[in-house]
Design a protein around this ligand. Structure first.
Ligand code: V47
Length: 361
């Protein structure tokens, strides 16, 4: 066992915080199984053998976007053949009583006033009051606030009143000015993203956080990103989960290479070790693929998102995974990792406990 693994085991056993420098050393260490064991130890201490999943539907109301981020194959312009903008009726037709969460995220469409984005939340909430609405990334919230000339707090309060329960974690990409300038120069940077999530937490709106990795970022930039999230979580305790998103190369404008399973598992495990104040680490099968996503449940992840309905963002970038998953398939993937599947809602409340054969692993 290398020195760094021994040091991390010691710290974890003594419930001491792991530093950025140690985490970087871990990221460069080849002992992937040992790293996984440490992460799994932490995961089991936090939430035992259970792995949650959500019966949800992703809705992307439009792909028309004022931004032109170099890495994004989903966004387009109004005059393009693939451009679409959904009516409220079309959006409603994607909702149903059966699901527990809708996850709404889309382009920044200049022709839609904030009122329309607000109405999406209001209309869903009025028609499906039991359905939890997770909507709009910090990038969209910033767009609304600038166009409406009102504060982030006012925008968030209106959305909350309309029925929004939490914010998704998108738009964070990687908190590096170097990467922002190269890949998404017109999108908000780290400080604004963090300011918006802090404002949400202060209003009692929980949120998630993502990291887009596997493009041009360095290991150090990945850890810096997690450090900023850990610092904010210390202040607010408002984050629900952390979701590493493996980059899908799509048209190949940024890189032609897909991350390896080893990199995916290491990133999940390191997130579990470093983000000691996050309750949940999500394994996102859309970007990692089913097999790696299931393996990640033994590398520190405690949640497998979700049934989804029809995933569009990663599939615009040619993701090889399916675009939706049946509940039964999700449960089977969780069981194949020798974990106990439990359905949750958007806020991670357990909906039903599936007490099948308990898993000794
Ligand atoms: O912000 C865009 C990313 C995000 C690509 O909060 C890409 O529960 C990989 O944030 N390859 C949107 N990623 C999706 C997102 C999300 C997903 C699942 C759950 C939650 C949650 C949030 O997708 C964007 C961007 O970082 N993205 N293009 C791509 N080619």
């Amino acid at each position: 066992m290398t020195h760094i693994i021994e040091r991390i085991w010691k710290k974890v056993n003594q419930e001491e915080r792991v530093s950025k420098e140690e985490t970087l050393e871990l990221m460069n260490c080849q002992e992937i199984i040992e790293i996984g064991k440490i992460a799994n130890f932490i995961k089991e201490k936090k939430n035992g053998k259970r792995v949650t999943y959500v019966f949800n539907r992703q809705i992307n109301p439009t792909n028309i976007c004022v931004l032109s981020c170099k890495f994004c194959d989903f966004a387009t312009k109004k005059n393009k053949e693939n451009a679409y903008a959904m009516t409220l009726e079309e959006i409603l037709s994607q909702c149903s009583q059966a699901i527990n969460e809708v996850h709404i995220v889309g382009g920044l469409y200049a022709e839609w006033p904030f009122e329309y984005y607000l109405n999406i939340v209001k209309t869903i909430h009025e028609n499906f009051p039991q359905l939890q609405i997770k909507a709009y990334t910090a990038v969209e919230i910033d767009f609304f606030s600038r166009r409406e000339h009102c504060s982030i707090k006012e925008i968030l309060l209106k959305l909350k009143e309309a029925g929004l329960v939490c914010l998704p974690g998108g738009g964070a990409e990687v908190f590096s000015e170097r990467v922002r300038k190269a890949l998404f120069p017109f999108k908000i940077g780290a400080n604004r993203w963090l300011e918006i999530h802090q404002a949400a937490h202060e209003l009692g709106i929980r949120s998630n956080a993502t990291l887009l990795y596997g493009h041009i970022e360095t290991h150090e930039e990945r850890i810096d990103h997690m450090q900023k999230l850990r610092d904010l979580q210390d202040k607010t305790k408002g984050f629900l989960s952390f979701i590493p998103l493996a980059f899908q190369p799509g048209k190949g404008n940024v890189t032609k290479k897909q991350t390896s399973s080893i990199d995916d598992l290491k990133t999940i495990a390191i997130a579990r070790i470093f983000l000691d104040n996050f309750d949940h680490i999500k394994s996102y099968w859309v970007t990692m693929g089913e097999e790696t996503a299931s393996m990640a449940l033994n590398f520190g992840a405690d949640d497998l998102d979700g049934t989804i309905g029809e995933e569009k963002i990663m599939h615009a970038a040619d993701a090889k995974s399916p675009s939706f998953m049946a509940k039964e398939r999700l449960e089977a993937l969780i069981r194949s990792a020798k974990r106990n599947p439990m359905e949750r809602d958007a806020l991670y409340n357990i909906i039903s406990e599936k007490k099948e054969e308990s898993c000794a692993f």
